[in-house]
Design a protein around this ligand. Structure first.
Ligand SMILES: Cc1cc2nc3c(=O)[nH]c(=O)nc-3n(C[C@H](O)[C@H](O)[C@H](O)COP(=O)(O)OP(=O)(O)OC[C@H]3O[C@@H](n4cnc5c(N)ncnc54)[C@H](O)[C@@H]3O)c2cc1C
Length: 303
């Protein structure tokens, strides 16, 4: 229940404006967000790489209502590519298609994504498409599908909780997509997505095996020990090399585990957000851990 409350709060613009202005949330924000500028993000990138970790850079922001904002966000991503390519070869950028305008004009969003992909190819940077709420999920998948034949390295996040995920994955025929398997972070109805924690974990494990057997270079975006153990044991059982898939975790979550896995020879990529629009991202992170509700309320009242 606390997590549903926080997910509802993540969609409130009023609360967002209030929380974003509060200096008291700063400590909490810095746990999950690299900073507000590209320079901040690059400094954290350097630290992470020294620990043997790869990075996926996320310019915070979502759901634009204006195509000019979508173009601006695309341009900002493109401007980040040279520094990222130079300082951290092998990195990716993670992008929300709602930020590139998918809910305003799907065709314009596809053009923005294509522009970013062409620029990313030139710099040798990979692009990962985040999955968002089911209200835009179909449009995101269609946009990804349209660019995939020309940009086969592009990765898309797929949510294990969503009932549509298996048919969606099976619908890729000629080019099998690279995916980032996640549990799913958005508020959904029971018809659309499994809600029970154990059921979601069981679904995550099932999709893990399916992805290892059927898809190229899958990424597993999770901090859950049970899910991570399942990835490891299934990869061993199937004779899949540790470097043929990757673990992905969020900046600020289970740092020690990230380093341990890297030391054991697994590829580990840290999802690293930066920018000023951190409110909805932070609230989703708060919702993932019940203890975070208290942390969040304390930071708001300055306790
Ligand atoms: C790299 C990456 C990319 C993602 N991309 C997307 C996406 O595109 N679309 C989408 O819907 N979702 C995305 N998610 C979020 C995902 O859907 C889950 O909401 C999130 O990962 C929590 O699920 P979990 O598998 O870590 O398991 P959980 O059972 O939620 O967590 C397992 C353990 O990890 C720790 N933990 C988890 N979250 C936190 C936190 N916020 N703060 C502190 N500790 C925590 C706790 O110890 C917890 O017990 C992404 C997650 C990752 C790691």
């Amino acid at each position: 229940m606390p997590s549903r409350l926080l997910l509802v709060a993540s969609e409130s613009q009023k609360l967002g404006a209030m929380v974003s202005r509060s200096p008291l949330t700063r400590g909490l924000v810095s746990r999950y967000v690299a900073g507000t500028t590209l320079d901040d993000a690059m400094a954290v990138t350097d630290q992470l790489r020294r620990q043997g970790l790869e990075v996926s850079l996320d310019l915070l922001g979502e759901s634009v209502t204006d195509l000019a904002d979508a173009e601006r966000a695309t341009q900002e991503y493109i401007e980040a590519l040279p520094a990222l390519a130079e300082r951290a070869p092998g990195s990716s950028v993670s992008v929300k298609l709602s930020q590139l305008g998918v809910a305003v004009d799907q065709r314009a969003c596809a053009q923005n994504l294509d522009k970013l992909l062409v620029a990313a190819d030139e710099h040798g940077v990979l692009v990962e498409v985040d999955m968002e709420a089911s209200s835009v999920g179909k449009a995101i998948l269609e946009t990804f599908r349209a660019v995939l034949p020309r940009h086969q390295q592009t990765r898309i996040a797929m949510q294990a909780a969503m009932r549509q995920t298996l048919p969606d994955l099976q619908s890729f025929q000629e080019v099998k997509p690279r995916i980032r398997l996640v549990k799913g972070a958005f508020l959904e109805s029971l018809e659309t997505a499994a809600q029970d924690k154990d059921e979601v974990t069981a679904r995550y494990k099932w999709f893990t095996t399916w992805a290892l057997e059927n898809l190229p270079d899958p990424a597993f975006g999770t901090h859950d020990d049970a899910c991570i153990a399942h990835v490891r044991s299934e990869a061993d059982r199937l004779g899949i090399d540790r470097r043929a898939f990757e673990f992905q975790m969020l900046y600020g979550v289970r740092r020690q585990l990230q380093q341990e896995l890297a030391r054991e020879g697994y590829r580990v990529r840290v999802y690293l957000p930066y920018g000023s629009q951190w409110y909805p991202y932070l609230m989703r992170r708060m919702a993932e851990r019940p203890a975070n509700l208290l942390l969040f309320l304390r930071s708001l009242i300055g306790g």
